[in-house]
Design a protein around this ligand. Structure first.
Ligand code: NAD
Length: 329
C-alpha cells in the first residue's frame, strides 16, 4: 500500500522507517499540512495521514473522494481540525490517536510537581546569583504527605493517580464517570470536597462547555491556602487572571502550567521574551510559577505511538477493517 504522510517532522522519521521495514508498505513523507493546495499530492496514494493544527476544510474531502481516498488518519488526539460532516458525506473514514502515551503527560506533571515542592526554580535563580544557602529556596515537602485532587480521571488522570498512589500520596478523584477499577488508588469524591482537602489540584479534563474556565473566582474561593495548582490539560480550563491573583495573594503556594489560553501566540515558536503576552511575562517572574511549552506529551514513546498507530489505522481502514481509534459518525 502507498501512504502519503502530510506534515511530517524529523522526529517521526526513524519510526516511519522502522514501520515500513516491518510492514512492507510504502510511505512518502512531505512537510506540508493537508489543505486545498496540497490535496492533489494524494492522487496516486491509497491512504493518507496527517498531524496538524490548521483546519482541513470542506473542498479537501470532495477532492480526496475523487482520488478514491477512503480515510484520513490523524496522528494526534484533537480532531477539531477535521470537518466531520463533510468527511462522512464523502464516505471518508477518520481516525485519531487518542492515547499515544498517557504516561508521558502524567510523568511530566509529576516532574513539575516535584520541581515545585523542592523549590527548584528558587534555588536555581539564587545559585545563578552565587547564593548557595538552604534559605534561598526553603524547606521542601515530601510527596507521601500530600493529598492530590485529580480533576478528570480519564487516561492521563488515571496514569497520574497510579503513580502518585505508588509513591504514598493520597489521591482524590473528581470525574462524572466512575471507574471501579480505579478504586485501589483513587478515592472518588465531589469537586467541593476535593478542593477543601487538597494540597495539590491537577486538571486532566477535556476542554468543553463545562470545563471552560472551570477554575474561576468561585473555584479559587474554595481552595485551601497553600495549594499547588497544575494544568497540563488545556489552557482555557483556568482563568489566568484568577491564577495571577492567587499567586500574588499567596493563596497558591505554587503552580505549574504546560498550557495557557493564549498559547498559540507564543508556544512552539522562537521569539524575543519582550514579545511574550503581558500576562505570561508577569507570570514567569514568579519563582513559584513554572511554565513549559506544551511539551508534556513530547517523548520518544509518544511520537513512536502516534506514527505507528496512525499508519496501522490507515492500512486497517483502507482494507475495510475495524480500529478502536475510528472517529464514528
Ligand atoms: P480522557 O478523555 O481520557 O479523560 C478525561 C476525563 O475527564 C474523563 O474521564 C471525563 O469523564 C472527565 N471529565 C469531563 N468533564 C469533567 C468535569 N467537568 N469534571 C471532572 N472530570 C471531567 O482525556 P485524556 O486523554 O486523559 O486527556 C486529558 C486532558 O489532557 C485533555 O484536555 C487533553 O487535551 C490534555 N492533553 C494534554 C497534553 C499535553 O501535552 N499537555 C497531551 C495530551 C492531552
Amino acid at each position: 500500500m502507498k501512504i502519503l504522510m502530510y506534515n511530517t517532522v524529523s522526529d517521526e522519521m526513524p519510526y516511519v522507517e522502522k514501520w515500513t521495514e516491518k510492514t512492507g508498505h510504502e510511505v512518502v513523507t512531505i512537510d506540508q499540512p493537508l489543505n486545498e493546495t496540497t490535496v492533489d499530492r494524494a492522487k496516486v496514494f491509497d491512504a493518507i495521514t496527517t498531524q496538524q493544527t490548521t483546519a482541513i476544510n470542506a473542498p479537501v474531502y470532495a477532492q480526496l473522494a475523487q482520488f478514491n481516498i477512503k480515510q484520513i488518519a490523524i496522528r494526534q488526539v484533537g480532531y477539531d481540525v477535521l470537518d466531520l460532516p463533510e468527511a462522512f458525506a464523502h464516505n471518508i473514514r477518520l481516525s485519531n490517536v487518542a492515547a499515544y502515551s498517557p504516561r508521558a503527560i502524567a510523568e511530566y506533571t509529576l516532574t513539575q510537581l516535584f520541581n515545585l515542592i523542592r523549590h527548584n526554580k528558587k534555588f536555581d535563580r539564587a545559585m545563578n546569583k552565587g547564593d548557595y544557602t538552604w534559605a534561598a529556596g526553603g524547606q521542601a515537602r515530601e510527596i507521601h504527605d500530600l493529598t492530590v485532587a485529580v480533576i478528570g480521571v480519564g487516561r492521563i488522570g488515571t496514569a497520574l493517580a497510579e503513580m502518585l498512589h505508588a509513591m504514598g500520596a493520597t489521591v482524590l478523584g473528581v470525574d462524572p464517570i466512575y471507574r471501579a477499577q480505579n478504586e485501589p488508588f483513587v478515592t472518588y469524591t465531589t469537586l467541593d470536597d476535593a478542593l477543601s482537602r487538597a494540597d495539590v489540584i491537577s486538571f486532566h479534563t477535556p476542554l468543553n462547555d463545562e470545563t471552560r474556565y472551570m477554575a474561576d473566582e468561585n473555584f479559587f474561593d474554595k481552595i485551601q491556602p497553600g495549594t499547588i495548582m497544575l494544568n497540563f490539560a488545556r489552557g482555557e480550563i483556568v482563568d489566568m487572571v484568577e491564577l495571577e491573583k492567587a499567586l500574588e495573594s499567596k493563596l497558591l503556594a505554587g503552580a505549574a502550567f504546560d498550557v495557557t489560553p493564549n498559547e498559540n501566540d507564543f508556544m512552539n515558536q522562537k521569539q524575543d521574551v519582550t514579545a511574550l503576552p503581558a500576562d505570561v511575562k508577569r507570570l514567569i517572574e514568579y519563582d513559584n510559577f513554572l511554565l513549559s511549552p506544551h511539551i508534556a506529551f513530547y517523548t520518544n514513546t509518544a511520537i513512536k505511538n502516534m506514527v505507528e498507530m496512525a499508519l496501522n489505522d490507515a492500512v486497517t481502514m483502507v482494507n475495510g477493517g475495524v480500529t478502536e481509534n475510528e472517529i464514528l459518525r
